[in-house]
Design a protein around this ligand. Sequence first.
Ligand code: ASP
Ligand code: MG
Length: 468
Amino acid sequence: MVVMKFGGTSVADQTAVERLIAIVRAQRQADAQQEGGDARGPIVVVSALSKVTDRLLGIAANAGAGDIEGAQTNLRDLRQRHKAISKVIVDAVQREQVIQFLDQEFDGLERIVQALAVLREVSPRWLDAIAATGELLSSRMVAAALRAHGLLAAWIDARRAVVTTGDHTAAAPLFPETTSALMAHVDPPLAAGRIPVVGGFVGATTDGVTTTLGRGGSDYSAAIVGACLGAGEIQIWTDVDGMLTADPRIVNDPFVVPHLSFAEASELAYFGAKVLHPATIQPAVARSIPVRILNSHRPHARGTLITGERPPSSRPLTAIASKKEVSVVSITSTRMLMAHGFLRRLFEVFERWKTAVDVITTSEVTVSVTIDDRRRLPAIMEALSEFAEVDAEHDMAIVCVVGEGLQSDPGLIGQVLQGVGDVPIQLVSQAASRRNVTFVIREADLPHALNQLHGQFFAAEPAPAGLA
Ligand code: ASP
Ligand code: MG
């Protein structure tokens, strides 16, 4: 049984929904061919229509600021967009029912928003109630659209399927409870030969209070559902061909990485290759369920497969990720010499100002770290200067070269660093796991460095990505 997750752009409009239907139908047919009569699934997980979550959060912000008119205008817009799409993707038989559902949800939302605008306060709990609407609507619409095209879909209210903690806006799944809920609400339609359609991102506490799993949470939902029901594969359908060997905005000829280990995918994601956040597929990886990233515009492209381990490849490096607009903060103190507790004190400052640190290097007297959020840097520098000399450099970039080959070939790191040519390298970091080398250069040098590296290690791919 396969779980298929479709992101916001894959449900954005009529054309996108029609593509989704064709893709689900093909999967259904392939399963039937393989399994004979009793094929199960797939289970379809959908995001909100593209940009809708942002709009809903904007409406919540309107309400929090007491801007009733702004909230209402935005709500009218959203209602209109959902209705317009429903009218074209749903057949006459179901149309009235779906429109009624939309109206009911939007009426409810309007009442909530009005009340919150009076109070001028939006608690995380209400934020979740508002944000969750996007997926509740899109899933209902997609289920009806599938049925309109002759596929036996069953809409599942995500609040009955995924059980979470009460940590609003970033709720964590409760796996045993979710498994029971899925057995109660998703397994019966599956067993009856139907295709369950469930909104991603959304869940509810054991008391039935609506929660969300955090931004980008639909991938997480797919992995949770797949893990709890023991899926054979989880497919993440998006609008790119998969994970690329480098950023196509910077490198001329990147191509799709066919197979990544989970650890490689994680390293890449931290520094910019934002196709999916690796933490979101953790439940799948923990159960050894393969995750495939696929392009709904080019359903026959091979995509990227992510598994716990991957078979060895002839290429020593897997991909290069990069991140612009970072700052390097260097902290120098002779007090660090042979002292303990210095690092704790130093990082406590970053923690106090809630600023995440990406790359860290240390020498005997200097610690350098990179940050990408500069908002609290002045306060951080002031606090650090109480016990050290502090210096910050902006307009820097991180390059993260990933490949299991770094483990087996000790000479490779030297070749990588030489590969950037005459570009000055500021920091270099390699963890003991030796799956990546990360270094920091000036942002202005990034295009040159990346193209040099890519040309050297990723030349001569027979089939280019052909980006959609
Ligand atoms: N709609 C949610 C968001 O925009 C969840 C998702 O699309 O994965 O974050
Ligand atoms: Mg996403």
